[in-house]
Write a protein that binds this ligand. Structure first.
Ligand SMILES: CC(C)(COP(=O)(O)OP(=O)(O)OC[C@H]1O[C@@H](n2cnc3c(N)ncnc32)[C@H](O)[C@@H]1OP(=O)(O)O)[C@@H](O)C(=O)NCCC(=O)NCCS
Length: 144
């Protein structure tokens, strides 16, 4: 059975494995302190938030998200990270996570949920094209 809930303190090892997998997908490595910081923020649940998807009790997917202001609308919700364990893919885990973040954001009064992906991430885009609109923006970043 698939369920989506907030992360629990005993999820830390499984969460870290999933978040490491997500970072490896983007060829990024972060020091342990970054994982500690993110975990503490999720526990506070004020600035950044997390949900976990469980299949038969095992944590197999994560979503990290945050709310920010908008110049033209009520606050909007940004879905920063989404990852499903490789051996649990194709079972609706990411779809359920997006739906759960959508529901959470509605409850907060957000006017929109949005996220980025890479143009060539066809697997992710097959899902995204079913649940959201492609708005044709591209992203520039300036490391500071
Ligand atoms: C993208 C990702 C999150 C999808 O997770 P998932 O749990 O497998 O996705 P779902 O099972 O919810 O997929 C839902 C739909 O997407 C499409 N889809 C997802 N994976 C697919 C695949 N490998 N092949 C074909 N279609 C796929 C299907 O249409 C599927 O719906 P359907 O089964 O009802 O037809 C997962 O592949 C992943 O973690 N990839 C690596 C990290 C990543 O790309 N994260 C997103 C970055 S923005």
């Amino acid at each position: 059975m698939l369920s989506v809930t907030p992360l629990r303190s005993d999820d830390r090892p499984a969460w870290e494995e999933l978040f490491s997998g997500y970072n490896a997908f983007y060829a990024r490595t972060w020091p342990a302190a970054n994982y500690d910081r993110a975990w503490q923020e999720f526990a506070r649940d004020e600035r950044i938030h997390a949900l976990g998807a469980r299949l038969d009790g095992r944590l197999v997917g994560i979503a990290h998200f945050l709310v920010h202001a908008s110049t033209t609308s009520p606050d909007v919700c940004y879905l920063q990270d989404l990852f499903t364990a490789p051996n649990a893919r194709g079972k609706g885990v990411a779809r359920a996570l997006i739906r759960a973040v959508e529901e959470w954001a509605r409850e907060q009064g957000c006017s929109r949920l949005y996220w980025h992906t890479q143009q060539h991430n066809h697997t992710a885009r097959r899902l995204y094209d079913q649940v959201a609109d492609f708005r044709d923006f591209i992203v520039y970043a300036m490391p500071l």
